[in-house]
Design a protein around this ligand. Structure first.
Ligand code: ADP
Length: 467
């Protein structure tokens, strides 16, 4: 039962509710029947008393004997009493040893012409409904006696107890039924929860292949789906983390191998000319710079993923930022004989962002454009349409194969490893840029055609980033 606490609690609630409903309706039905029988009997006894009084008063009156016989047939007892309380005549089953139902106070009322009604319990604990009326003499002026009619409640009590038995039996049946229903409901509710509990334990223990197959379209089904989703995400996270570490070791190993190799060559004087020595030193320097970039990028990415990067948000002018970035990339473009074409609309609204980070994103896109373009131009366009501001960096370079486009924002993803490496790329530039854009409420889109060029577009909805 301890493992099935929810079922147990629900069961208790349902049972208590059932119990209260059954008990209260049982009591109400019992009360209804008792009241009905009581009032029926009271009316009947009253009517009989009226009849007996009328019969005794009638001039063509039946003989006293016949009257008493008639009372026997009617299943009641009648007692004629004088004003002094003396029993003048009686009939029926009632034992007159107990005459306590005849009270002087009532007699006084009766001989004053009033009617009396009472309940009487005899020495044997038998209950009677009693009605009494005055009986007039033949003159119709004087009261000659009082007639008491006693009707035993025995039959009525028997009927009520039969009804009670039926009520108790059906109440018990309903309670058992409720117990059964409760058990079923508890099973329906708690079994999937126990399954969920077992599955989450397995997932927590590292068994990320675990899936729940509940196939329900209620809240429990939704919970199971969420847990499955969580397991898929965790699995993906674990796989990408493993891949990430494998990539890092690989990325670090390459420059370190170069550094070690060329340092060895220099140490053992395995060069012939001073120029050769200088070339090796340049390689060592470049590889050290690459290592530094790699470590910086990794550190930056780690900070971003942990949400620890702090942006200095303020209202910034994208046109100014674009101008600065273009100035900084100018030399590199000139070195490769690439023309830089800018179409910057200066009348666009300010956006809420981090100016330095925005420039970093743009320089990254521009450096990539220069890096992967051998001839032609690089276009920079800044403008707005009705929905957003857009900043486009477009080149006429080698382009990106369609199958690689979905992955270029993945960490360490490079279309051509050797070429990127040759240009000093780490494969972390685009994931960092995308993350930074998103942190500032923007979006980074890419489209490209192999051999024709690539187009990277930043979109910001003005006023959408604040807060
Ligand atoms: P990298 O440091 O290698 O440039 P990025 O994350 O900046 O890393 O880019 C990932 C990959 O996307 C690059 O290796 C390159 O293959 C491709 N790429 C990025 N920008 C361009 C571009 N303008 N033209 C062609 N390919 C690009």
């Amino acid at each position: 039962m301890k493992r099935n606490k929810i079922g147990f609690r629900i069961g208790i609630v349902i049972l208590v509710a059932f119990f209260v409903v059954i008990l209260s309706s049982g009591l109400a039905i019992d009360r209804m029947f008792s009241n009905f029988y009581n009032s029926e009997m009271r009316t009947e006894v009253n009517e009989l008393t009226t009849h007996f009084t009328a019969m005794s008063e009638s001039p063509e009156m039946l003989s006293d004997k016949a009257l008493l016989k008639f009372a026997d047939f009617s299943n009641v007892s009648i007692v004629f009493v004088s004003e002094q309380g003396e029993v003048l005549a009686n009939s029926g089953l009632y034992q007159l040893t107990d005459q306590t139902f005849i009270k002087p106070k009532d007699l006084k009322e009766l001989f004053n012409g009033k009617t009396i009604e009472l309940e009487h319990t005899d020495a044997n604990k038998e209950r009677y409904f009693v009605a009494a009326k005055p009986v007039m003499d033949t003159t119709g002026v004087n009261i000659k006696a009082a007639v008491y009619v006693l009707s035993s409640t025995h039959h009525m009590d028997e009927s009520i107890s039969a009804v009670r038995n039926v009520l108790v039996l059906s109440g018990g049946g309903a309670f058992l039924l409720a117990l059964g229903i409760t058990w079923i409901i508890a099973q329906i509710l708690s079994r999937p929860l126990l399954q969920i509990q077992a599955a989450t334990r397995k997932i927590a223990a590292g068994d990320l292949e675990t899936r729940l197959t509940l196939h329900r379209d209620d809240e429990i089904g939704v919970l199971a789906d969420s847990i499955n989703h969580l397991a898929v995400e965790l699995q993906r996270y674990r796989d990408t983390r493993q891949e990430f570490f494998a990539n890092i070791s690989h990325e670090l190993r390459t420059p370190i191998t170069y550094l070690e190799g060329y340092a060895q060559v220099l140490k053992n004087h395995l060069y012939e000319t001073e120029e050769e020595k200088d070339r090796y030193l340049v390689i060592i320097q470049e590889e050290s710079i690459r290592l530094q970039h790699l470590v910086n990028d990794l550190f930056e990415l780690a900070k971003m993923e942990e949400g620890k990067i702090s942006l200095t948000l303020e209202w910034v002018d994208l046109a100014e930022i674009a101008d600065n970035a273009v100035q900084k990339i100018k030399l590199k473009a000139r070195d490769k004989n690439l023309s830089l074409k800018t179409m910057i609309n200066k009348d666009i609204p300010l956006i809420y962002g981090d100016g330095l980070r925005m420039e970093q994103i743009l320089i990254n896109l521009l450096e990539n454009a220069v890096r992967y373009t051998e001839k032609g131009s690089i276009n920079i366009e800044l403008d707005q349409n009705r929905s957003y501001l857009y900043l486009v960096v477009e080149d006429t370079g080698i382009g990106i194969p369609e199958t690689d486009i979905p992955y270029i924002f993945d960490r360490f993803y490079r279309v051509e490893k050797s070429r990127s490496r040759q240009h000093g790329g780490t494969g972390l530039g685009l994931p960092i840029a995308k993350k930074l854009v998103e942190l500032q409420g923007g979006k980074l889109h890419v489209s490209s055609k192999l051999g024709e060029g690539s187009r990277f577009e930043l979109r910001f909805v003005p006023g959408n980033q604040e807060g």
